[in-house]
Design a binder for this molecule. Structure first.
Ligand SMILES: Cc1cc2nc3c(=O)[nH]c(=O)nc-3n(C[C@H](O)[C@H](O)[C@H](O)COP(=O)(O)O)c2cc1C
Length: 146
């Protein structure tokens, strides 16, 4: 059974709230799961990660949360073989930011795919009212993971 690593990147707590929900769901599904803030997770750990659930918001104009710059920069420069990695990305944002909507979540998704990782289900881009979108996505993600 895959070990799920849940990583969240937050500025104001929304992504952490969803990550904590995901941890509960993982346990309810009998999965082994850990919860980590992005500042405590290094891109170097990706090749050894079996299954990754990344939940992160976008700040500024298309920028990562302040705690996620190091991960962002490391990911941009990384060239790992992630063909064994299964993942899902939940991107939090606000459509009011137009072209910058969910830019950081999109970036993480693109970088993981570039290195050969496989999305278990397509990324979900959530607007400020994210609960229903997350709940629907989470059902599909955990069904695919099991
Ligand atoms: C100062 C500021 C800048 C933001 N910039 C963006 C942005 O560029 N793109 C976007 O989609 N959302 C943007 N947002 C919306 C946040 O991503 C959204 O509120 C999200 O739910 C915050 O999640 P968090 O609490 O995990 O950080 C911004 C919010 C704030 C307060």
């Amino acid at each position: 059974m895959a070990q799920l690593t849940i990583v969240y990147a937050t500025e104001t707590g929304n992504s952490e709230e969803l990550a904590r929900k995901a941890l509960v769901t993982a346990k309810e599904n009998g999965l082994e799961a850990t919860l980590t803030a992005v500042e405590d997770y290094s891109a170097e750990q990706l090749p050894a990660t079996q299954a990754l659930l990344f939940i992160g918001s976008t700040q500024g104009e298309g920028e990562p949360p302040s705690s996620a710059w190091e991960f962002h920069d490391a990911l941009k420069d990384a060239d790992f073989d992630l063909s064994a990695l299964k993942y899902g990305v939940v991107a939090l944002g606000d459509t009011g930011y137009g072209e910058f909507f969910c830019a950081f979540g999109k970036f993480v998704d693109e970088q993981l795919a570039r290195m050969g990782a496989s999305a278990l289900v397509p990324r979900v881009d959530c607007d400020y009212d994210f609960d229903a979108d997350y709940a629907a996505w989470s059902e599909r993600f955990f069904a695919a993971l099991k």
